[in-house]
Design a protein. Structure first.
Length: 729
């Protein structure tokens, strides 16, 4: 059986082809005409397949899919205030309807590109015949693409590949044009063509071309403008003389000079599209994130202009040699809406693109209100409490910290109200010692200062004087919380942003007391004078601040209705010259506050429950008698500095951790170290390295030998009261 199967398989091919031959001999001859017809049908089918164009979208789909490269920012009333470019592949603006274009534009484009546009069905056979005749006569190649054929290439780029196009490409484009004409109207075709065509540079569409080249809208184009745009279409990057000659011919003008000048202007410095007033460029960059987006902001265009003008005027007055940059924010207290946001105004700025309102800068004294609010809330202080504004040296891990006041002067014993309103530094540091650095750092974080990412030890005692970096937007949000009874919510920049629930950052009573202290013109008179830029004809709480090295200048304040923040400085970080809180940012703050309350400002907010008022007299005439406010249960009628006898004795000099260097060129007797003890030393004695120096009150002068030393203060029983260690080299 296996042998027979193998033999059959070997014989199968011969038997198969014998059967095929027999079948073919039985077939009848096929007529030649039928063969030709079949071959023609097969050829037509192949040609149809080879030249089949892709499916093209409908007009409505093309318009709906159009995405400008720009996004737009409106104010709260729907007024356009700015825009930003988001897509950088090409410059496209909003889709321009044919009715919004100057009629001369359509006529110029048709005359230049497709004279029989309204009379053909997508392909101009007369133009094709003319092209063939020209090619046969002199060998010159010229185009015969109609507007419809070119539009099909815009919609399907593979229909119009770059470089030389084959006959197949032409046939596919012709078939696509016929398909377009069956589904689109002529006005729709012309409108889409003018929106999709590429003009000079990166401008796509007549909207971008008109604004970029002529600073006009398409509706305002003149006949000469239209001729120049039509002249650009065959070769948008052609040299100016060629464009001018073509435009002049299209316009049939005897004088080509205007076209020559205009064509050369196209090669000049790149123009910014005249899209909008450019009122809020920094906010636009922040909010406009997607092409074609229109954002309804909380900005009021009138107040935005007002803030930009006031800031620009102040910077011009200061001069670029003193300060180059500034920023301003106006916020509505009730809603949190940002009514004006000026990140910079250009001018002498060397970093005009940087958003000064969102840049982290050193806070200076502007953090003090939150420190005092915390101390008041905890009951550590009242507005009438006496703080010592005198020199102090604090031992820290990095060495001595010796805070100074801005004017290098010390006022002695002052009330907490005077210390805060007058922005005294040493009392603020003493207050921080009561509150604690970590607790204060946490309070600032809760107040929205999200740049404080380190723990309290990182900032140290300098946190009381604003060594941390903050933004103007954070400042305005935090001060607005004080205006709202200690309740914080983020600022709102767009109308569709939902308002989150408020959270308490301090008690309503402490917030009110701090606001009352900051609004007290008499309390700040010691530092700022009685009639400074901070004084307004209505109630307003305000605080200034200047950072280390005069790099930043702040003025933040609020009325019952608005919170206004202003920053002045140099964005590149170099120091300002002869600029302080009162002369730098404060005049702008004052101008904005006066403009916001042109109809008259409101009275100060009424004290919340839990606040008592009392007439206060200060012993030794430290300050004038006045009506003062207290947290319930902490009121006093007479306030005095604690007598020396009430203070625990301590060694105030030398300071622990100090290092002293002996100079060999100075006589030793001239290099003695004076020992000082604060408080009631009484019968206490001083011991230097276990050697009795005598009574502490005598203030002995010592000359320790090089090395480490221990200075101790002991009472009459020999018990240790205080000690410091220092080094002599």
């Amino acid at each position: 059986m296996p042998g027979r199967l193998i033999a059959w398989c070997l014989a199968f091919p011969d038997r198969f082809w014998e059967a095929v031959g027999a079948g073919l001999r039985r077939l009848r001859p096929v007529p030649a005409a039928l063969v030709a017809l079949m071959l023609a049908a097969m050829g037509a089918g192949a040609l149809d397949y080879a030249t089949l164009p892709p499916a093209l979208p409908a007009y409505a789909s093309v318009r709906a899919a159009w995405r400008p490269s720009e996004a737009w920012l409106n104010d709260r009333h729907g007024v356009l205030i700015d825009s930003a470019r988001v897509n950088f592949a090409a410059r496209r603006l909003a889709w321009v309807p044919l009715a919004a274009m100057a009629p001369v534009l359509g006529r110029a484009i048709i005359a230049a590109e497709d004279k029989r546009f309204f009379r053909h069905g997508g392909v101009d056979f007369l133009a094709l015949a003319s092209v063939v005749r020209t090619r046969l006569a002199d060998g010159r190649a010229r185009g015969a693409s109609t507007i419809t054929m070119q539009l099909s290439g815009f919609l399907a780029p593979d229909l119009a590949p770059p470089g030389h196009r084959s006959w197949r490409d032409k046939l596919r484009q012709m078939r696509a044009a016929w398909a377009l004409e069956r589904g689109w109207t002529k006005p729709q075709i012309l409108e889409a063509y003018l929106n999709l065509a590429g003009f000079r540079g990166e401008a796509q569409g007549v909207g971008a071309a008109a604004l970029g080249l002529f600073d006009k809208t398409p509706e305002a184009l003149s006949p000469d403008d239209a001729a120049l745009l039509a002249a650009l279409l065959p070769n948008p990057q052609a040299p100016p003389p060629a464009i001018a000659a073509r435009a002049c011919a299209l316009a049939r003008s005897a004088d080509c000079t205007p076209f020559e000048a205009a064509s050369w202007a196209m090669l000049g410095p790149k123009r910014a599209l005249a899209l909008d007033p450019g009122l809020a460029p920094h906010l636009a960059q922040r909010l406009l994130t997607a092409p074609g987006l229109t954002v309804s902001s909380t900005i009021d265009a009138r107040l935005q202009r007002l803030a930009a003008t006031a800031l620009s005027r102040q910077l011009r007055g200061l001069g670029g040699a003193r300060a180059r940059d500034g920023a301003a924010i106006i916020a509505d207290n009730a809603s949190g809406d940002v009514l004006a946001y000026v990140g910079g105004v250009g001018g002498a700025s060397t970093a005009a693109q940087v958003d000064g309102a969102a840049s982290y800068r050193q806070a200076g004294s502007t953090l003090k209100p939150f420190l005092y609010a915390q101390a008041l809330e905890k009951g550590y202080l009242t507005p009438a409490s006496i703080l010592d504004d005198s020199p102090v040296q604090l031992d820290t891990a990095s060495g001595l910290y010796v805070p100074q006041n801005y004017d290098r002067d010390f006022k002695g014993p002052v009330s907490a109200r005077t210390a805060l309103a007058g922005s005294l530094n040493v009392p603020a540091v003493r207050t921080l010692l009561l509150v604690g650095v970590d607790a204060f750092r946490d309070r600032l974080w809760d107040s929205g200062y999200q740049g404080l990412i380190e723990d309290g030890a990182y900032y140290g005692f300098s946190l009381a004087l604003g060594s941390a970096e903050v933004t103007l937007a954070e400042q305005v949000a935090a001060y607005r919380a004080l205006a709202n009874g200690g309740r914080w919510t983020p600022l709102r920049f767009t109308l569709d942003t939902p308002a989150p629930p408020a959270r308490a950052i301090t008690s309503a009573q402490a917030a009110w007391l701090v606001g009352d202290m900051l609004a007290d013109a008499n309390a700040r008179a010691t530092s700022f004078g009685i009639d400074s830029a901070l004084r307004l004809p209505f109630w307003a709480a305000v605080k200034t601040g200047t950072s280390k090295g005069l790099r930043d200048n702040w003025c933040i304040g609020f009325s019952p209705r608005f919170t206004v923040g202003v920053w002045v400085g140099n964005l590149e970080g170099d120091a300002m010259h002869a600029v302080s809180g009162v002369s730098g940012a404060a005049p702008v703050w004052r101008d904005l506050m006066l403009a916001l309350h042109a109809g008259g400002g409101a009275a100060g907010p009424a004290p919340p429950a839990g606040i008592d008022a009392r007439r206060v007299r200060f012993a030794n005439a430290l300050e004038q008698p006045r009506r003062e406010y207290f947290l319930r249960g902490t009121a006093q009628s007479v306030v005095a500095s604690a007598p020396a006898a009430a203070r625990r004795p301590r060694i105030s000099n030398p300071v622990g951790g100090s290092v002293y260097a002996l100079d060999p060129d100075i006589p030793p007797a001239k290099q003695r170290l004076i020992v000082a003890v604060s408080g009631d030393a009484g019968a206490h004695r001083l011991m230097l390295d276990n050697r009795d120096l005598g009574a502490a009150g005598a203030g002995p002068a010592i000359l320790p030998a090089p090395g480490r030393h221990r200075l101790a203060l002991v009472d009459t029983g020999g018990r240790l009261v205080d000690q410091v260690r220092f080094t002599v080299r």
